[in-house]
Ligand binder design. Structure first.
Ligand SMILES: [Zn+2]
Length: 268
């Protein structure tokens, strides 16, 4: 730390690394302190799911020194940094405003208290375990848990909508009651084998394609597509709270704010 009660971007990045260790991330991922000056003092942090134009505008308005996102602000390698590409134009603008950016992606999915644990809590799942881990282990990207009471898919879909504050969910019914529920925030259909192996009757995730839903139903698994954004947004408030708590414990006077993010996909 620079001085008591003062922290730099580099200091805050270390605290964020504790909340979701970068070593947990998948090998293809790109996480951690990704943009900005490490030695810049931080007074205001803005947390968000995505680094979007709307989020950057809010950061500028709020005079944020650091934006913290779930989706990596730089993911594929970039070969130029110009205004010719909309994403890079946003990056440039952030840099020009002296705003640093930190991202925790699959490490936050996997981490204890991360994307999937928060989602499990929102959906009132009990006896929560990791989808890919050994018994009792909370590793892997997804989680599996049980509902107190079995319910039919319609009722469960209504519950997911209400719990996550969504306008809609999309379902595919395998005709089974919902009790043992697997979850994976974001885009989780690549893990259907794990979901089946774990004996789930229902899988809540996002970005479900038609043929993937068909496959799940064929294998006897109900699908609830809560949307990529809808299934991941809940973690942001929680993450901001936990970051604020850690900073307060270190007697750092830093505001941690949560960006207002609209749902990108809507039903007309
Ligand atoms: Zn995602």
């Amino acid at each position: 730390m620079v001085k008591r009660n003062q922290a730099t971007v580099g200091d805050v990045a270390k605290v964020l690394d504790e909340l979701a260790r970068p070593s947990l991330a998948m090998s293809w991922d790109n996480v951690g302190f990704l943009v900005g000056h490490a030695d810049k003092p931080v007074k205001v942090i803005l947390t968000a799911l995505d680094f979007s134009e709307a989020v950057l505008e809010q950061a500028i308005q709020l005079k944020a020194d650091l934006i913290v996102t779930h989706h990596p602000v730089i993911f594929k390698s970039i070969h130029s940094l110009t205004s010719m590409d909309w994403k890079n134009a946003l990056l440039l603008k952030a840099v020009e405003h002296g705003i640093a950016i930190y991202s925790a992606h699959t490490n936050l999915d996997i981490a204890l208290g991360g994307v999937n644990d928060v989602l499990a809590e929102y959906l009132d799942l009990k006896n929560v375990e990791g989808l890919s881990g050994e018994e009792g282990a909370l590793d892997g990207l997804g989680r599996i848990g049980i509902l107190d009471k079995a319910m039919d898919l319609n009722r469960f879909a209504a519950k997911v909508k209400k719990d996550l504050g969504l306008d809609y969910v999309v379902t595919a019914s395998a005709g089974r009651k919902v009790k043992r529920v697997a979850i994976c925030g974001g885009s989780g259909m690549d893990f259907l084998d794990l979901v089946a192996a774990a004996g789930a009757d229902t899988y809540v995730t996002g970005d479900v394609k038609y043929h993937q839903a068909q496959d799940a139903v064929g294998r006897g698994i109900n699908i609830v597509d809560a949307g990529h954004q809808g299934s991941e947004l809940p973690v942001i408030n929680n993450w901001a709270d936990r970051l604020a708590l850690r900073l307060t414990r270190r007697e750092l006077d830093i505001k941690v704010l949560v960006a207002k993010e609209q749902f990108l996909l809507k039903v007309m």
